[in-house]
Design a binder for this molecule. Structure first.
Ligand SMILES: Cc1cc2nc3c(=O)[nH]c(=O)nc-3n(C[C@H](O)[C@H](O)[C@H](O)COP(=O)(O)OP(=O)(O)OC[C@H]3O[C@@H](n4cnc5c(N)ncnc54)[C@H](O)[C@@H]3O)c2cc1C
Length: 312
């Protein structure tokens, strides 16, 4: 019996992959239901991992994501609202729905062989999947019913989203506007910044024009672990520091690190070795990108996004 602590994306992915190999699992979740971390909202899962398609990789690991919305075009806005549009051949993101009817519920259905113990706050297990351990950034989201776009939109503005960005993420029937902030001194001003962003950024208003407001939600994004892979107990998802710190993307890492921990257990292999083979240098590249952009000014963003910056 393998005890997994935390039934978020990484814990569920690990349970599914273990179940496929007939290994019994017990999933402990401190909340009274699985998937309660977010209300209905749209989140962007990165489309590629180490050059391969994320959805294919996740599916090879035995985890099915059915309710995805692939997005190939990303529209970026500079602080002065100059626009660049990038269309890729392959999906840049797979948008996933979270909350009621969302991805955690979809995974729970696939993990039905696991013994799920709700309202159970535990500290010890074979696999620790308890989510963020420290706070690097915070995010505030607003979800709307309906959608006016099939593209992802990202707005950079150091005054309105300090150190972070504002993005508009569409799914089939919902749209989420997410504001992330990496500067601690602004953490308790997110509602005010969001109001200002809607007031001052016309394209943002246009993108949600006519849509009905559904909810507001928030949460924190944790520090990466700088390449450290904790083997015993296995730390997966954000508990193991699997996060792209520059953008707060953790879903692809959570799902895959969960499946890799299961593989390590099943095949008695080194978790670190599997992580290195699968993610290549993407974790360290993510950290490098974070170091280079975390202190950027609006002028530097302007230059970078208009193709004049060093890192463009
Ligand atoms: C506002 C916001 C927006 C985000 N948007 C995106 C996005 O668009 N794209 C993206 O890729 N990522 C996004 N992320 C990050 C992404 O949500 C996480 O990286 C991902 O959920 C991590 O999965 P996890 O399994 O590691 O942790 P979690 O999803 O946090 O799951 C951990 C689970 O463990 C449970 N738990 C915690 N402690 C215990 C305990 N002691 N005992 C039992 N259970 C416990 C929790 O209740 C929770 O259910 C966002 C994060 C936030 C906060």
């Amino acid at each position: 019996m393998i005890r997994i602590i935390g039934a978020g994306l990484s814990g569920l992915a690990c349970a599914i992959a273990l179940n496929k190999n007939d290994i019994e699992t017990e999933l402990h979740e401190k909340s009274d239901r699985v998937g309660s971390k977010f209300p209905t909202s749209v989140h962007a899962m990165r489309g590629r991992i180490n050059g391969g398609d994320t959805l294919e990789l996740v599916s090879e690991k035995g985890i099915e994501l059915r309710n995805t919305f692939p997005v190939k075009t990303v529209v970026r806005y500079t602080p002065s609202l100059k626009k660049t549009e990038e269309r890729r051949e392959e999906p840049a993101y797979y948008m996933l729905l979270r909350g009621e009817g969302g991805v955690e519920e979809e995974l729970l259905e696939q993990a039905k062989k696991s013994h799920v113990v709700l309202s159970s706050k535990e500290d010890h297990g074979d696999v620790i999947a308890t989510g963020p351990r420290s706070v690097l950034a915070v995010g505030l989201g607003c979800t709307f019913k309906g959608s006016n776009t099939e593209k992802a939109h990202v707005i950079y503005n150091q005054q309105l989203a300090p150190g972070g960005y504002i993005c508009v993420l569409p799914h089939k029937e919902h749209t989420t506007v997410l504001l992330t902030c990496y500067r601690r001194e602004f953490f308790d001003r997110l509602n005010e910044l969001m109001e200002k962003a809607f007031h001052e950024i016309k394209p943002l208003n246009d993108l949600v024009n006519g849509l009905d407001f559904v909810n507001r939600f928030g949460g924190c994004i944790s520090q990466p672990l700088n390449g450290e892979v904790i083997e015993n107990p296995k730390l997966i998802g954000e508990a193991g520091g699997f996060i792209d710190p520059a953008r707060g993307f953790g879903m692809h890492y959570a799902l895959v690190s969960g499946a890799l921990a299961a593989e390590a257990i099943t095949k008695c292999e080194s978790f670190r070795k599997l992580v290195d083979e699968t993610f290549g240098n993407s974790l360290s590249q993510d950290s490098l990108r974070y170091s280079s952009i975390k202190r950027m000014t609006n002028d530097e963003y302007e230059a970078l996004l208009m193709g004049r910056g060093k890192n463009s």
